[in-house]
Ligand binder design. Structure first.
Ligand code: ZN
Length: 432
């Protein structure tokens, strides 16, 4: 937490504006392609965004929504722990009624982090039944995910925590539903609908009276993170498609994603959601066609590109990772090469190859030569040189240069997070 605050403080103040001081101005903006800017979205918000007379939004990397009724309020998603108190203050300034329900669109920490801040003794917490399994999965791999999350957002890696066991998560929801959960509060009907996509427990909240659909992370202003580098179980492309169709069938007039700003108007919502759905469908189907045609995963990662009409941007999810996520989600890691059946990776022979090539110095020089033009090849060469001599300065400098070239070209938040993390790591190894 301290680290995060320090990092947030040093981030330039001219970050993304999604709302002015009055909180009313809005525009559809891509998720920032810099994780530090993305994390501080909304930090300068001084008044909650008023969506309509009853719905208010506190902005963060993940938003918190407050729905006001005459018999108490409903909170939808709770953002990250470091945003929660600020969000609660902004939203309670609009209405300080009791929190009767918290609805969690899914079990990711940037949606559940503020539950302790919002929960009151009588609050019902609603999530889809898979929420429990997902929490156990995250807790089971607690130290693995803590390290990966920190690295992706260019933060310091925390010390490993105690292992809570396979089923050691604390389950906050008091209501776990299967396909649909409905309730009424202050004359307002709420429908919570299972819409798997980003996670298996993902849900959409529908308020028919306002024609408002809270779609969590199944829609945001970038191609979705069908595979995320920090690690994930498969996120099934066809689940997203079915779930987005379910949202379209509701014919919403207001679409409220948990990242970004609301979209207003049935025609505009349909346009954006249909394009999003079709982009996912396209990438899925091209991957499947390629698999059936016997193409390997790297070829498909290179070749599959969205047609211009379906280009929804890649500032958060990236097409190539999604292609690999779909491919390996369906069939796993084996690539038909017998050498990869065994526990000896190709890198086991790097030291021999480096020696035959004249040593780490020569390989590092070639890596540096390639760093500007084909930086990924330079990274592989630097890896080879470092496998023969772990502290080789030339190889580390080539690695650093290649990473910087990639970082300067990068237009994706998660990719940038990993590049910045690796740049810091390489600098440390160079003693800088
Ligand atoms: Zn999220």
């Amino acid at each position: 937490m301290k680290t995060l605050r320090r990092v947030l403080l040093i981030v330039v103040l001219s970050g993304l504006q999604v709302a002015d001081a009055s909180g009313q101005q809005q525009q559809q903006t891509e998720i920032p392609d810099n994780p530090l800017v993305a994390l501080r979205v909304g930090q300068d918000q001084t008044k909650a965004l008023k969506v309509n007379d009853a719905i208010f939004q506190a902005i963060g990397f993940s938003n918190t929504f407050l729905v006001v009724t005459s018999e108490g309020n409903v909170v939808i998603d709770t953002s990250m722990p470091f945003n929660a108190a600020r969000h609660r203050q902004l939203l309670r300034a609009e209405n300080s009624g009791p929190v009767k329900y918290i609805i969690l669109t899914h079990a990711h920490g940037d949606h559940t982090g503020g539950v302790p801040v919002w929960r009151e003794p009588d609050t019902r917490i609603v999530a889809q039944r898979e929420h429990a399994d997902f929490q156990h999965y995250q807790a089971r791999l607690n130290s693995f995910f803590a390290a990966r999350n920190a690295a992706q957002f260019a933060l310091n890696i925390p010390q490993p925590a105690a292992w809570p066991g396979n089923y050691g998560a604390t389950i906050a929801p008091t209501v776990l539903f299967d396909d649909r959960y409905e309730f009424e509060l202050g004359g307002l009907k709420f429908e919570v609908i299972h819409t798997p996509g980003e996670t298996y427990d993902h849900a959409t909240v529908w308020i028919p009276q306002y024609r408002a659909a809270f779609v969590g992370d199944n829609f945001y202003a970038s191609f979705p993170n069908i595979y995320t580098l920090r690690g994930t179980q498969p996120r099934w492309a066809l689940d997203y498609i079915k779930s987005l169709d379910r949202v379209l069938a509701l014919k919403p007039e207001i679409l409220l994603p948990s990242h970004g700003v609301p979209v207003h108007g049935s025609a505009e919502i349909t346009r954006q959601v249909v394009r999003y759905r079709d982009a996912i469908q396209y990438v899925h189907d091209e991957t499947v066609k390629g698999m059936n045609a016997g193409k390997d995963v790297f070829t498909l990662m290179r070749d599959i590109r969205l047609p211009a009409a379906l280009d929804v941007g890649e500032s958060y999810g990236k097409l190539s990772w999604s292609v690999r996520g779909i491919y390996e989600g369906y069939v796993g890691w084996f690539d038909l090469n017998p050498a990869t059946m065994y526990e000896t990776p190709a890198s086991a022979v790097y030291p021999d190859l480096v020696r035959m090539a004249g040593g780490s110095e020569k390989v590092a020089a070639l890596a540096m030569e390639k760093a500007e033009v084909v930086p990924v090849e330079a990274l592989h060469l630097a890896d080879a040189a470092l496998s023969a001599d772990a502290g080789h300065k030339g190889a580390l400098r080539a690695r650093l240069r290649a990473l910087e070239v990639l970082r300067d070209r990068c237009r994706n938040s998660n990719e940038r997070g990993w590049l910045e993390f690796s740049i810091r790591q390489t600098r440390q190894r160079l003693g800088e």
